[in-house]
Design a protein around this ligand. Structure first.
Ligand SMILES: Cc1cc2nc3c(=O)[nH]c(=O)nc-3n(C[C@H](O)[C@H](O)[C@H](O)COP(=O)(O)OP(=O)(O)OC[C@H]3O[C@@H](n4cnc5c(N)ncnc54)[C@H](O)[C@@H]3O)c2cc1C
Ligand code: SF4
Length: 395
């Protein structure tokens, strides 16, 4: 029992916002009229959810799809009572996006949270040769956590330095908009795996060259992540300008205002949804001639269908050229015509740049320094997790 087709693919391969078990009404309806067992795919990501569906009687068997790309040992771990070790699929659809792109190059599927997926035969088991040597990892975002897990498995002493009071890096912001709570699973699972493998995470700890040197590591892995880009536009220093990080991180509270979100990538659109849900009137401005340039169509469709309920104004093919108190000036990319819009606040969502300050300071540092994740090149969860994993595996 499954549902949907290419024409309505979000009801077939669901994006992150769909709850586990969302199809159970379909399975239950079929079960009422047949006398044979019903096997249903139902967005199940945890054994607990699977058990609940069986107990409810909506289906007789639980079928898993992407959950097994995220963790091929899902069933074994569930059977052995090791549910907390399962790497949960977060329904991000990276596997499908990568499959479509990689198939053209003859390359395999990938998974955002499982860096071994698609290359299991090349990465069978890491060498066990760390011999207790210290590796300092800076940053407990997905790249740093992924590195720490493999370092621990290889027998290194992994010391993770994190300036924040918790793990996750930018993913702590990514999980805030509506429907993004599964991002927290990714952080929880990566952190749990690193700790299980013996990594030591020092929270509230700003890594400096002096501190790193005092720990006498054989290698340093820099996973300091990314920072929001702030464009050089006249007026950008005004007090009513902020970034998506400020809004999602709670540093700035915006309610009941007219807000211009600059940038209609996934982050801009998701932040626009949160702002609209918080009672703001939202204008989304995008330089490209369409919303969500580069965003996978299923994720775009998902966020736009929810945003539509708030009736935002979209201004594509326009760029921000000036900000003043109470107004923004936009320029039409094609005609160069300018227009003004009255707004109370501007929220910038124009991308991420590498936070590579520490990496530069460590350039002349004697032990090898590896730069991973957004600190090397801004990207997404998949790239960060794989980068950290590869750096630790290949050390
Ligand atoms: C709002 C938002 C939404 C996003 N949504 C998605 C999404 O839905 N899907 C997706 O795939 N990607 C998403 N991304 C991108 C994704 O979050 C990043 O690609 C990923 O987090 C990069 O991981 P990282 O480990 O390289 O860096 P980060 O996550 O940035 O982690 C870096 C860590 O290093 C720490 N640090 C930095 N300097 C120091 C220092 N000197 N000492 C100690 N600690 C330090 C920071 O505190 C931070 O915890 C989103 C990003 C943002 C901002
Ligand atoms: S890439 Fe994302 S959706 Fe696909 S299996 Fe991995 S976590 Fe799940």
């Amino acid at each position: 029992m499954s549902s949907a087709a290419y024409e309505n693919s979000n009801y077939w391969l669901e994006p992150m916002s769909f709850e586990q078990g969302w199809r159970k009404h379909l399975a239950a309806a079929v079960k009422q009229v047949v006398s044979i067992p019903v096997i249903a795919v139902n967005g199940v990501r945890t054994p607990e959810q699977g058990e609940a569906l069986l107990a409810e009687g909506t289906q007789d068997f639980v079928s898993l799809g992407r959950a097994l790309l995220a963790d091929p040992e899902w069933v074994t771990k569930a059977a052995e009572g090791r549910e907390t070790e399962i790497r949960r699929c977060i329904s991000c659809l990276w596997c499908i996006e990568a499959l479509e792109a990689n198939a053209q190059k003859g390359e395999p599927v990938e998974c955002a949270v499982n860096p071994r997926t698609g290359r299991e035969t090349g990465r069978v088991a890491p060498r066990d040769d760390g011999a207790g040597r210290t590796v300092v990892v800076v940053g407990a975002g997905p790249a740093g956590l992924s590195a720490a897990e493999i370092l621990g498995r290889r027998g290194f002493r992994a010391i993770l330095l994190e300036r924040d009071s918790r793990s996750g890096g930018q993913l702590r912001l990514a999980s805030v908009p509506p429907g993004k709570d599964k991002i927290d699973w990714c952080v929880e699972d990566l952190e749990a795996a690193a700790l299980r493998e013996g990594a030591e995470i020092r929270y509230g700890c700003e890594a400096t060259p002096a501190l790193i040197e005092s720990l006498d590591p054989c290698t340093v892995i820099v996973a300091t992540g990314g920072l929001p880009v702030v464009p050089r536009v006249p007026g950008v220093e005004l007090e009513n300008i902020c970034t998506v990080n400020d809004v999602l991180g709670g540093a700035v509270r915006v309610e009941g205002e007219r807000v211009a979100v600059i940038g209609a990538g996934m982050t801009g659109l998701e932040t626009a949804e949160k702002l609209a849900a918080d009672g703001n009137r939202v204008i989304v401005v995008e330089m490209a001639d369409k919303l969500g340039p580069g965003v996978y169509f299923q994720n775009l469709e998902d966020v736009l269908s929810r945003l539509a309920q708030h009736d935002p104004e979209y201004m594509t093919s326009h760029r921000l050229v000036r900000i003043e108190r109470g107004t923004i000036t936009l320029e039409d990319i094609k005609t160069r015509a300018r227009l003004e819009r009255m707004v109370d606040r501007v929220v910038l969502a124009v991308g991420v740049r590498s936070d590579d300050g520490l990496a530069s300071e460590l350039k002349s540092y004697p032990p090898p320094v590896k730069i991973v994740g957004d600190a090397r090149r801004p990207g997404r969860i998949a790239g960060a997790v794989r980068d950290g994993f590869d750096a630790a595996w290949d050390l």
